[in-house]
Design a binder for this molecule. Sequence first.
Ligand code: ADP
Ligand code: MG
Length: 629
Amino acid sequence: MPGKGEKVAIGIDLGTTYSCAAVWRNDRVEMIVNDQGNRTTPSYVAFTDSQRMIGDPAFNMAACNPTNTVYDAKRLIGREFSDPIVQSDMKLWPFKVIGGINDKPNIVVNYNGEEKHFAAEEISSMVLTKIREIAEVYLGSTVKDVVITVPAYFNDSQRQATRDAGVIAGLNVMRIINEPTAAAIAYGLDKKPFNHDHKHVFVFDLGGGTLDVSILTFDKNGITTKATAGDTHLGGQDFDNTMVNHFVKEFLRKHKIDISGDRKALRRLKSACEKAKRILSSNTETTIEIECLHQGIDFFSPISRAKFEEVNNNHFNKCMEIAEKCLIDSGLDKSSIHDVVLVGGSTRIVKVQQILSDFFEGKELCKSINADEAIACGAAVHASILNGDFSEKVSVLRSREVIPLSLGLEKHGGIMSTMIPRNTLIPTSMEQVFTTHLHNQTNILIHVYEGERKITMGNNLLGKFVLEIPPAPAGIPQIMVSFQIDNDGILHVSATEKFLGVKKNVTIRNDKGRLSKEEIERMIEEAEKYKDEDKMYRKKVETRNALEKCAYNMRNAINDKEIMMKLSLEDKEVIDNTIDSVLLWLDDNVIVEQHDFEYYTNLLSSVFDPIILKMKTMSLMIKRNIGYH
Ligand code: ADP
Ligand code: MG
């Protein structure tokens, strides 16, 4: 069992809006708490003229630094810039995204006075770096080995890009596992031993901006995803937005002013609505209170849980439509679902729980683990299984995932030849022999696709490569193509010319839109650089605070009655003026170079020290009181 100072492996739920981590210690899962005392950390990174912030401080700054506060990297990771999903998501982001080399999206921000471009992998790696730091402080040991979760529908390139983000953060990504699987593992362990022949688990994950519904089947062979359904734009933020609209109308009614054009007011209102929404998950009413919301008007307005449910009714109905669709796709009947697992912060909403329970005819829902923590819990269990910390009784839960989309090759005429059908358990491999259709063909172009369409044009091209072969009549060459999917669901394809004596073997991984080895190495170096910059920044802040404290301590000291009596008026004035000038300078210079702070610290001491010396008897006492040395 890992204790303080020992090597541990943690599970990380790298979420679209919030991330969290957990560890298996002392025979149970422990959630890792961040420096703010929170168990979830916003997946936000903010850049300013002087520093980089990750997590809570970035989230809190978002309203005043919108164009340089990056979130939703998970919506971009492993996708191409021209992907219609990226094109439509971009319209909703206040930060800029441009198309880069190989159609890779690049996030553009202003950092330290310079324009910087970041890949989604880099932003996610920053979030992972933060989670790692939090875990290291919490556990008191270094953390390198991790299991990271991804949505069940993530394709090969999204999984690989997530793995790359881990590598850039200096982590050893032991395994990438599916989020619903992780949640089910957390419950499988917590509630009952695995004693059914098979078990169908319905996982309903309603997070900050997405709904992912999955139906999993546990049996002796492992875990199979029977069906998935979802909405990439339905989640906590939508509930917040409908509340904002409600209060904008309320403001109009009460004060005859439309605040819908006041962006700052809207942002403050949204943040208050999110807090109110969370309160309404445990209380039946709460009040929004915002001072000087618009034109100096204070806004106070109560909201009941019933009202919250009414304004969000459409969203709740949509949730149920998706739940229904998933069930239909799985071919299962409601009554054959053994467990319903709630995941994602938004399933704490009472109405969501109620409609789901009604949908399953009063079935008790699995919610004993905090919904926004269940995925990290399962990932932690999985990490400790891989780390060898687990006893046999639970090793049956060594999960086996399935591939979400069929994988195959393009045959002549643009036809998809499926090699591995969707929902095949992984790891797996498949070989098939192909031949040429032209005389004296000297090379064969192999296109690898994923998708369910018969025509490759409708599927997703994962990669291509050329295999050179000696000329031969059509139909004679024997090309053995092999597909291998490893434990992470990552695909390796190779092709070998079998019989004509030429052994050419090409292996491709899905490199389309993927970072090259060199790029990853560069990003690792840069990540180290950013870390050093963060450290330097923190040091500056500490020096600044020390200087400020020293100035205030001096002021308190010279205002002390006993000291004042012994101080000449002239000396007091000199010290007062110096303190004033230092405080004024601090007001105008929030963060500057370390040597500037040192200069002013020396200035204070150069004025103060001789005077202290003069007051021989008092000197010791004053110095002790001030403590600036
Ligand atoms: P992600 O979408 O990144 O997976 P989470 O599962 O942590 O994120 O869900 C975050 C969402 O959950 C946010 O919109 C947040 O407002 C919402 N949320 C968190 N706690 C509560 C609560 N007690 N009641 C209602 N919503 C909540
Ligand atoms: Mg989530």
